[in-house]
Design a protein around this ligand. Sequence first.
Ligand SMILES: C[S@@+](CC[C@H](N)C(=O)[O-])C[C@H]1O[C@@H](n2cnc3c(N)ncnc32)[C@H](O)[C@@H]1O
Length: 322
Amino acid sequence: MIGARLPLAVEAGFDVAGRVAVFAPAVGADLSALSGCEVISPLRPVHDYFTGMGLTCRTAPEGRYDAAVVCVPRAKAEAHVLIAQACAVTDGPVVIDGQKTDGIDSIRKELRKRADVTEAINKAHGKLFWMTSSDKFADWAQGPALTDGGFWTAPGVFSADGIDPASEMLAAALPDKLGKQVADLGAGWGYLSAHILTRDEVQAVHLVEAHHLALECAKRNVTDPRAQYHWADATRWAPSGRIDTVVMNPPFHTTRNADPSLGQAFVAAAARVLTPQGSLWMVANRHLPYETALEQQFARVEDMGGDGRFKLTRATKPRRRT
Ligand SMILES: C[S@@+](CC[C@H](N)C(=O)[O-])C[C@H]1O[C@@H](n2cnc3c(N)ncnc32)[C@H](O)[C@@H]1O
């Protein structure tokens, strides 16, 4: 991981003096070789983690930096945006770091066509190398854009090319009556919330989303004044009043591998925020193991159908924890 490669980069001459920005590190990344660096990430759990470690965190770079480190994500379009962003605000070297499974070799190949990059440090199934910042990557910068379907999305945002089929199935299955206060946990760019707001009876939809840029897209897509936006970790979100219905298509990845514990934590969060009469409506990939979490958190769990890929569930009678 990056923590194994950074000290080797410093030994090899990467100068960490001055203001250093680290773009998109994962929760748990060891940045101790870069004391006093700033973290730039759209993700709320990443902010919570690194702020807790005493680092400054931002959703976008501010001012100029002497050096930058880009932690390459798996999605290539997002990696391009991060590299362009880092180059645009950095006067000195830009370090590129990533795991082989996240495509660091292919990014390195692309970079070598446009810039001089150092030899790679190979360690812990990944690579780290650096280059001098330049404006050669300006064409990789890409902000929110309008899709053919008429929704704003951006690289790195879930289902950026259009409507997710699982969410579409959930929207079609939702009853007319959802109560007054509805929460969309992991709201993404707002597809489900827009659908919920077609109901007059709804007084507020709380879009709870950890990805800052996704929420910015949602603000453009869902302009109804009943929408309330929360840049928050849904597993820790505390509404000011109780919620009548939670809808969700929970995330199942924190890294490359499926991580059902995140979806299970969403189920617990839904039970925590609902009124005793409230309902959870959820869609998930059929193979994901949410049944135990649902039964632990709700006294009534109903299979509402689905298809070979996705399962629809309604859960009611949330169990109260003491
Ligand atoms: C499967 S997507 C569903 C997105 C949207 N509801 C839709 O239907 O298109 C899950 C969403 O959860 C968000 N997410 C991941 N971890 C989160 C967390 N801890 N708190 C809140 N949102 C989170 C992701 O950024 C992503 O937008």
